[in-house]
Design a protein around this ligand. Structure first.
Ligand code: ZN
Length: 326
């Protein structure tokens, strides 16, 4: 431990409040197991199977595939969804996003270094693409370890920060619209795979952007975790239309296999968040509970260097190797 210290207990405390608020969300009842209306996608974007209605959340209908079990949001989404989801308010507006994303710099850099350790067990340092790189903090961790990185990010403010403050190579855009780039040795999708408005097109790009025998690292919220099962439709990651797709480990493996990747290994990330971000999340959660707001005061008066271990029972990473063209 350096100037920061771990406060695992407080982390669990924050998580408990978040779930408490989510449990109070009013989720309209809906018909279960009925066929999806014709205006909704007729094929599962993971396996091509048939989706049926599962439940409603935030005025969106969530569909579940009868073949692979993966879930997706009904309807068609385009670039306007991307721009609206990742505007500056997401990174600086608090609530379910970030109060000040730039304060996460050091924690994300350290996470980049940890993920470089993972990749280097299977591949020497090479060229890496970080999809949804935001301000480039994770990317900076890979650079520190000797990787030659490119970031891909839709938000203009985040791209400017990465380019001007950190001197990183970042392309503004998304996987669904990215132009031609030479294939990379490794592609990272850290908590972004659930957000693609065109999952099939995005994964086709991932396949094309990863060289043969190259690696793809995915960190995702796991739908078949005990936490997700316990909270059911009130699980925090069921938050459409920001999140559009949800995966179990097996359905993620199936998606990747369908795009030319074979699973290599996986693990649980050591995730930390800043005290400020934790306070913002907790205050957002408390808005919908009868609990008093002063409960977050200890987080507000905590030093900026305080970092909290996030109890990520429902988060994991998976590493895949590209074995063939999709
Ligand atoms: Zn499916």
């Amino acid at each position: 431990m350096t100037s920061a210290f771990r406060a695992t207990g407080i982390g669990y405390f924050v998580e408990a409040y978040s779930y408490l608020a989510l449990v109070k969300d009013k989720v309209p009842e809906t018909e279960f197991g009925t066929a999806a209306p014709s205006s909704q996608p007729t094929l599962c974007p993971i396996c091509g199977g048939t989706p049926v209605s599962d439940f409603r959340k935030n005025d969106c209908l969530i569909l579940k595939c009868t073949t692979c079990g993966g879930k997706t949001t009904a309807g068609t989404f385009g670039t306007e969804h991307l721009n609206a989801t990742y505007d500056d308010d997401y990174f600086f507006g608090g609530g379910a996003g970030y109060e000040n994303y730039l304060e996460e710099a050091e924690l994300l850099r350290q996470q980049g270094v940890r993920y470089a350790d993972v990749l280097e067990k299977y591949l020497p340092q090479g060229r890496l693409l970080d999809v949804g790189c935001a301000a480039g903090f994770l990317q900076a961790g890979f650079e520190e370890r000797g990787w030659s990185t490119t970031g891909l990010e839709p938000n203009a403010s985040m791209v400017s920060h990465a380019q001007e403050k950190l001197g990183l190579h970042v392309v503004q855009g998304s996987l669904e619209s990215v132009g031609e780039l030479p294939p990379f040795d490794a592609v990272c999708l850290i908590q972004v795979i659930g957000h693609f408005h065109n999952l099939t097109q995005a994964m086709q790009s991932v396949s094309e952007l990863t060289r043969e025998d190259g690696l793809c690292l995915i960190e995702y919220w796991r739908m078949d975790s005990w936490v997700a099962k316990m909270f059911g439709k009130n699980w925090h990651d069921y938050s459409p239309p920001s999140v559009l797709h949800w995966f179990s480990r097996s359905s993620l493996d199936e998606l990747m296999q369908n795009h030319g990747f074979a699973p290599v290994t996986g693990g649980i990330p050591k995730k930390y968040i800043s005290a400020g971000h934790a306070a913002s999340l907790a205050e957002h959660a408390l808005q919908s509970t009868p609990l008093p707001g002063f409960l977050t005061k200890p987080l507000r008066i905590s030093p900026k260097t305080l970092k909290l271990r996030y109890p990520a029972f429902d988060l994991e990473w998976r590493l895949y190797r590209r074995t063939r063209s999709a």
